[in-house]
Design a protein around this ligand. Structure first.
Ligand SMILES: C[S@@+](CC[C@H](N)C(=O)[O-])C[C@H]1O[C@@H](n2cnc3c(N)ncnc32)[C@H](O)[C@@H]1O
Length: 283
């Protein structure tokens, strides 16, 4: 479907203002596919009509629906498995020793989409029940998309979704078949994760709280200044000896001074030492 340059620009600035995400030229093709359901439900004949309705503010819910539709919720269990293995083998062992007296670990999955990432972590802890006996493992998973959070809380996945990333043994162990091709995640895992809607750009409620933060495949399409702001939020939220995991194609290098590469674990990042990060805040 044709979309005028003016409408494209309005949609792009709405998306960037509300989420930080840029509608890069190579993602423009998504617009009409993403908005097709809204167009159909409301009977709009073209995107320009939708945009003029949006601009008129006559329909307060339309903006939220458009944002939801334009977000990319692509995810799967144990996505790019290697970083999970590295996290569990390296930084988690270090943090286990460092937190041995309080026996508490707090983990934040920022941009958790429909929950697969957070449940993958929950599975990893649940599969080592004896090791974590007596520990309080708190997994908080957040996403801007209320629809994604509702799906994550429901924990019901299609056959395709459960097979993607999960070996059959894990699928059988942690899911109940509901019939009709759907699988429900076990109550044990569901009880381990708290899902909440949250925009990563918002100030963090509890600074320094999280030992491990996963923020994967979210900042990739952020505008540089918004990405910097988001890294700032992550830096506020992470414990001084915590670990940050980004997506496979993401890095902190050249993006922020608040984190440095973990010399022992490729693809994982550590909060920058206080002096360096204080200087960067002034800069
Ligand atoms: C591509 S998914 C990645 C999901 C998961 N982290 C993974 O790597 O498989 C990106 C997620 O980030 C969310 N998102 C985009 N902008 C956001 C923002 N400003 N705050 C919080 N979540 C956001 C989207 O709704 C989407 O669910």
């Amino acid at each position: 479907m044709e979309i005028s340059e003016a409408s494209r620009r309005i949609l792009a600035s709405l998306l960037e203002a509300r989420t930080g995400q840029q509608l890069a030229s190579n993602r423009r093709w998504r617009i009409d596919t993403a908005l097709a359901a809204i167009m159909r439900d409301r009977g709009y004949v073209n995107i320009d009509q939708l945009v003029s309705r949006l601009v008129s503010r006559a329909d307060p819910k339309l903006g939220d629906e458009v944002i939801e539709a334009l977000l990319n919720n692509e995810t799967y269990f144990f996505r790019d498995r290697l970083p999970f293995d590295l996290l569990l083998a390296g930084p988690l062992k270090r943090l286990e020793a460092a937190r041995a007296s309080e026996r508490r670990l707090a983990i934040w999955c920022a941009g958790c989409s429909t929950g697969q990432e957070a449940y993958s972590l929950a599975m990893s802890f649940a599969e080592e029940k004896a090791r974590w006996q007596g520990w309080r493992i708190e997994i908080v998973a957040t996403d801007l998309s209320k629809a994604a959070i509702a799906r994550a809380k429901a924990g019901v996945y299609s056959q395709f979704e459960v097979q993607r990333g999960l070996p059959v043994m894990q699928m059988i162990r942690w899911f109940d078949e509901l019939g009709g091709g759907d699988w429900a995640i076990s109550q044990v895992l569901r009880d381990m994760v708290r899902f909440e809607p949250r925009n990563i750009i918002e100030p963090v409620p509890a600074p320094g709280r999280f030992d491990i933060i996963l923020c994967r495949n979210l900042l990739l399409y952020f505008a540089p200044d918004m990405r910097r702001l988001a890294f700032g939020r992550l830096a506020e939220a992470i414990a001084p000896d915590g670990t940050l995991m980004l997506g496979a194609g993401e890095t902190v290098i050249g993006q922020t001074e608040r984190f440095i590469s973990d010399p022992d674990c490729r693809g994982l990042y550590l909060p920058a030492p206080p002096r360096a990060s204080a200087q960067s805040r002034v800069a």
